[in-house]
Design a protein around this ligand. Structure first.
Ligand code: AMP
Length: 221
């Protein structure tokens, strides 16, 4: 079966970024992460970055119109041979409906939506231990890699830091926001027959391989 466009869904800390990295490396995917695009806009201090920063630091969602414009612009550049992997988008029903409309206009097949399921306790543990490389975006974790703030990135040597929205207060807020705004998307995609669920608490490699098989249609949905 043919490779499919994929949307990775799941709460913060479910491993969307880590598994997206695996799929990008092992399959031909164009990875589109709204979180990464927004962090880049903040780092550049662009107009979008200035508008998004406060929401991001508080663990709130950036307003739909800003994020939708960002994604729509990139989607229109997609080659029909190219497969996309969306991570962190859509996050609200309005975003999902707009995405559906954009894909219909572009005459693309419905993407496979993979929902990563994980308990709140494990989310808090992972997010509190997450460390990022500012230079290459590699995601590390204190619990898994034994690397902490100020240590060197294993990929490029950059100095690891903790995302401002991985502080305890923002983590709590992000989980509430997820329940309120993003959890309804699961029902939206279930009704459209696009959803498949994966246990994200298995080992990282096992989850990544399962996702790759689903994306290639080698595992029944
Ligand atoms: P992430 O890296 O996906 O966890 O995103 C980090 C932050 O960026 C989120 O907590 C939001 O503030 C913002 N963000 C990312 N994607 C979206 C989206 N699709 N809609 C609204 N805000 C977003």
């Amino acid at each position: 079966m043919a490779q499919r466009d994929v949307i990775l869904q799941g709460p913060p800390g479910a491993g969307k970024g880590t598994h997206a990295e695996y799929l990008k490396t092992h399959m031909s995917y164009t990875h589109l992460s709204t979180g990464d695009l927004l962090r880049a806009a903040v780092a550049k201090d662009s107009d979008l970055g200035k508008q998004a920063q406060g929401y991001m630091e508080a663990g709130e969602l950036v307003p739909d119109d800003l994020v939708i414009d960002l994604v729509a612009e990139r989607m229109e550049q997609f080659d029909c041979e190219e497969h996309f992997l969306l991570d962190g988008f859509p996050r609200t029903t309005a975003q999902a409906e707009t995405l559906t409309a954009i894909l219909e206009t572009l005459d693309r097949e419905r993407p496979l939506v993979i929902n990563l399921v994980i308990s709140d306790a494990e989310i808090v543990r992972r997010l509190a231990g997450r460390r990022m490389c500012p230079d290459c975006g590699t995601i590390c974790n204190v619990h898994r890699d034994g690397l902490d703030i100020g240590d060197k990135c294993p990929q490029c040597g950059g100095e690891l830091y903790r995302r401002s929205d991985d502080q305890p207060e923002a983590i709590h807020n992000r989980l509430e926001v997820y329940e309120q705004d993003s959890a309804p998307l699961i029902e939206y995609y279930q009704k459209r027959g696009q959803l498949v669920t994966v246990d994200a608490e298995q080992g990282q490699q096992q989850v990544s391989v399962e996702l790759a098989e689903l994306a290639q249609g080698r595992r029944p949905c």
